[in-house]
Design a protein. Structure first.
Length: 302
């Protein structure tokens, strides 16, 4: 009798297991037919490290985009952008990754509220840009902030002496005023990054005529635009809502049965954060340098 009960239980377990496997197999098969678009939210300041605050970690974004590009489940990507921009290098990394993937899978950007500076830069690399009617777009330009604290140090009697190998080595030091030569040197450096920014936007937005390129340089002076003005200058393709963005992807994929699935980027678990808190605290000098980094001294900001 016990043997019979055991056989019945094993049969039930086998039946349930097979049913679950068949269900997930059908589910996976359905996904592989190409009816899924990944939705990725890019919200906050663009940085190159994981922050506790609302930010866009370039490493996380690029890793996620790579996985989406390799997966056969996802036939397209919808990026919901709400960002004022951020660090130049991470913005460029994300932009080039989007450009690379957009040649294989359609990528639509929906600027929900703010798509400025580095955030517009990465948006320009998508196949199509739709902006909310109340959004803010543009701010094409480059900035580097250099706080000057030497006057405060003079008042409290602190003097910083720099031993340097060349006249430009301490150009970004907050402990001394810029010389005219250093200021011109740094201005030239900023313009190099600026020209790269504008050239990439020109290519990404397929602006080929001399009049289009000239117009872009005229408006790429750091100002922001309403979506209606941005549309006039070919910075975006359409004014609409999130639903319009989804409809555009359906159109690009020629599939009305597309399902949109939000993808969560990797974040440190509470345990990882807890273990991280036991790492010896950095020195005062390290903390000060980090403060300078955040202020934009040691990197170019878009």
């Amino acid at each position: 009798m016990r043997i019979i009960r055991l056989l019945i239980i094993l049969s039930l377990i086998f039946f349930i297991g097979c049913s679950v496997m068949i269900f997930f197999s059908l589910f996976r098969t359905n996904e592989e037919k190409g009816d899924i678009v990944a939705v990725l939210k890019l919200q906050g300041i663009i940085v190159n490290y994981e922050s506790e605050e609302n930010s866009i970690d370039a490493f996380q974004v690029i890793s996620t985009l790579d996985k989406l590009a390799k997966s056969t489940k996802y036939k397209g990507i919808l990026l919901i952008v709400d960002s004022p921009g951020g660090m130049a290098a991470p913005s460029l990394e994300i932009t080039y990754k989007i450009k690379q993937i957009s040649k294989k899978k359609p990528i639509v950007v929906y600027i929900q509220n703010l798509g400025a500076s580095g955030a517009y830069y990465l948006s320009s690399a998508a196949n199509y840009i739709i902006s909310n009617p109340q959004s803010i777009i543009g701010s094409i330009g480059v900035i580097a902030s250099i706080p000057q604290v030497y006057k405060a140090l003079d008042k409290i009697g602190i003097e910083i002496i720099n031993i340097k190998s060349g006249q430009y080595k301490d150009t970004l030091s907050p402990f001394k005023p810029l010389t005219p030569e250093q200021k011109q040197y740094f201005q030239n450096l900023i313009m190099e990054y600026y020209y790269q920014f504008v050239r990439d936007v020109t290519q990404n937005r397929n602006l080929k005529t001399q009049s289009q390129i000239k117009e872009l340089y005229q408006i790429a002076d750091g100002r922001v635009f309403s979506p209606y003005t941005a549309l006039k200058y070919n910075l975006i393709d359409q004014i609409g809502t999130l639903d319009d963005s989804k409809e555009k992807l359906k159109e690009l994929l020629k599939n009305d049965k597309i399902k949109f699935v939000e993808i969560k980027m990797y974040k440190k678990s509470p345990l990882e954060k807890l273990l991280g808190s036991y790492i010896p605290k950095p020195s005062l000098n390290h903390n000060f340098n980090k403060l300078l980094d955040i202020s934009g001294i040691w990197m170019i900001m878009w």
